[in-house]
Design a protein around this ligand. Structure first.
Ligand SMILES: [Zn+2]
Length: 220
């Protein structure tokens, strides 16, 4: 039997209720007796309970995706052992998938006819694409944005990393495990203004360095 599935990417900034949306989708599937499975890349290996949880209070069990997990292989194995082809895969934190894993998801869609819905962030705290998100933008069938609003009223774009003094952090690893940094989703304009303001106070010299570098490139 040929089934036609799709690879979806639903992206947003932090706090845009992506996980809540995933969980309400799962709930709706249950109501309609539809077959689905939740999955999530595991970033912090100290995590031991395999659940997806949201601030609205619902949670669902999920299967962990490790950096080495072959997702297509896993789906085939499930078919061989249980004759099961999952109708809908719901994937949280899809930005943490490897590019290869996104390709494997595409194969699950194309060869097995499952639907795969990936929820995730577009970019990191430096406003650069995550590996998984980049690949999803490249090959997903359907892409849509889950919008949320900055304090100023504009749409949020950047997930700014904030240190204990409330300053925007611009250096460091893409993923901080167990760090004390917080994140705040802001619009592009507020992000730039805050960095300029910090640079004036001397706590963030990078904004102007970037500009100088660019000028040098042009004149050389
Ligand atoms: Zn703003």
């Amino acid at each position: 039997m040929y089934r036609k599935g799709k690879l979806y990417f639903r992206y947003g900034t932090m706090g845009s209720a992506k996980t809540a949306l995933l969980l309400t989708t799962a709930y709706n599937f249950e109501e309609r007796h539809m077959d689905y499975m939740c999955m999530k890349p595991i970033v912090d290996t100290r995590e031991c309970t395999n659940v997806i949880r949201s601030r609205i209070g619902i949670e669902r069990e999920c299967r962990w995706i490790y950096a080495t997990t072959d997702l297509y292989g896993m789906a085939l194995e499930m078919y061989r052992k249980e004759k099961r082809i999952v109708d809908w895969y719901l994937i949280d934190e899809a930005q943490f998938l490897t590019a290869q894993q996104v390709d494997q998801l595409a194969r699950i869609v194309d060869d097995l006819g499952s639907n795969v819905v990936c929820f995730g962030l577009r970019t990191d705290f430096k406003s650069n694409l995550f590996e998984g998100s980049r690949r999803l933008f490249e090959i997903a069938d359907t892409i849509d944005e889950i919008k949320s609003t900055c304090n100023c009223g504009h749409k949020t774009i950047v997930n700014a990393r904030i240190d204990s003094e409330g300053n925007i952090v611009s250096e460091g690893a893409q993923v901080e495990i167990g760090g004390n940094d917080r994140y705040v989703a802001v619009c592009r304009r507020c992000w730039r203004n805050r960095r300029i303001e910090q640079a004036r106070r001397g706590s963030l010299p990078l904004v102007f360095d970037e500009g100088t570098e660019q000028t040098q490139e042009v004149t050389e």
